[in-house]
Design a protein around this ligand. Structure first.
Ligand SMILES: C[S@@+](CC[C@H](N)C(=O)[O-])C[C@H]1O[C@@H](n2cnc3c(N)ncnc32)[C@H](O)[C@@H]1O
Length: 343
């Protein structure tokens, strides 16, 4: 079942029954006026999360994306609505671009002083982070020397770090039963699917009966023994060279312990998708899988171009999505490929 609702999510969610969805995976406005978009002027209010909680089954989880600057406001509103905050999953990537003001240049500009060009520098297209104090995206830029003594004093100072992470708050609607076990038996919700989200499960080569690294096997048990993957962590990364280099040199494989997923590629976005903040399908699949029971319903109140819906359907879940903007809604409809969208 797929139901796509065009309109304000607070109003649209009011049309859904109590305790009718199994998980919420969403990427709401971060409240940073991204690319001057009107829809991004604030994080969702407490009343939106209250409505989302009414629709969610007791013990159901929500994974809610947010950026570094407004995470505190997002989480307060989620908690004030009545959710329990269980964790924060960090998604680390190397492709962010620093939007930092060059303080020295700004001082010279304010003083009306012209800076001498002392060289040219090529931006490494593969590593946008190479020039932390430049905000221009051109491939080549001038290197200039400070003109005034004050600019010289503040040479090398900026105003922002390179963005390298986003967060998903993991929240849970309070249980209706006394224990997690009783709640899961009643509603199917309350836990997270550890085994379906283990990282790096692999089939070992056929072995002889006896002792192996992972235990003792009789010959019959051992046709395709599997090494159990790593326990899912509250850290996800994009697998980029830049991020891999952050992991300890002493253990080259340490990054492989974590689920990794790069930002959405052109192909993943799908034809004609001009949404500015598309999340990768594989990441949303992993998150849906983590919190949704088999065959359950995933809700995304802020579906944008429908990445959560596409992911949920690929994982065999039902999906309910809301989107305010008519054009994004149409893109979502195309991407999720459903027959029962509600205009
Ligand atoms: C960060 S984007 C989601 C992008 C999405 N993850 C994707 O991959 O395309 C947030 C979306 O929420 C929508 N939105 C903002 N306020 C809304 C509201 N009150 N009700 C429903 N949708 C809303 C915006 O139009 C925007 O498309």
């Amino acid at each position: 079942m797929v139901a796509l609702l065009n309109g304000d999510c607070l109003e649209q969610m009011k049309t859904l029954p109590d305790n009718s969805v199994d998980g919420i995976v969403t990427d709401p406005p971060y409240g940073i006026s991204f690319m001057a978009k009107k829809w991004d002027y604030d994080v969702p209010k407490v009343e939106v999360w209250k409505e989302a909680m009414r629709v969610l089954k007791p013990g159901g989880h929500a994974l809610i994306a947010c950026g570094t600057r407004t995470q505190h406001r997002m989480v307060c509103n989620i908690e004030d609505a009545g959710f329990e905050i269980r964790d924060v999953v960090s998604w680390i990537y190397g492709s962010g671009f620093p939007k930092s003001l060059n303080v020295s240049k700004a001082i010279d500009k304010a003083a009306g002083a012209e800076r001498e060009v002392v060289g040219k520098k090529k931006r490494d297209a593969g590593s946008k982070s190479a020039h932390a104090f430049e905000s221009s995206r051109s491939l080549e830029f001038d290197i200039t020397a400070p003109a005034t003594p004050e600019a010289k004093q503040w040479d090398g100072w900026g105003t922002a770090l390179k963005p390298a992470c986003e967060f998903f708050t993991l929240a849970r609607k309070p249980l209706s039963e006394k224990t997690v076990a009783a709640n899961i038996l009643k509603w199917g919700t309350g836990g997270i699917n550890i085994d379906r989200c283990r990282v790096g499960e692999e089939t070992l080569p056929a072995q002889k009966a006896g002792q192996s690294k992972i235990g003792t096997f009789k010959r019959d048990d051992m046709v395709t023994p599997k090494r159990q993957g790593r326990f899912p962590a509250n850290l996800i990364h994009d697998g980029s060279q830049e991020v891999l280099e952050l992991f300890p040199e002493t253990n080259k494989d340490s990054a492989a312990r974590f689920f990794y997923c790069p930002k959405a590629s052109k192909k993943d976005r799908d034809e004609g998708n001009n949404h500015p903040t598309v999340k990768p399908t594989a990441l949303m699949q992993y998150l849906c899988r983590l919190i949704t029971p088999t065959g359950g319903v995933v809700l995304d109140p802020y579906m944008g171009s429908g990445s959560t819906g596409k992911a949920a359907v690929k994982e065999g879940f039902s999906f309910v999505g809301c989107e305010l903007d008519k054009d994004y809604y149409k893109i979502a409809k195309e991407r999720i490929g459903n027959d029962d969208a509600v205009d």
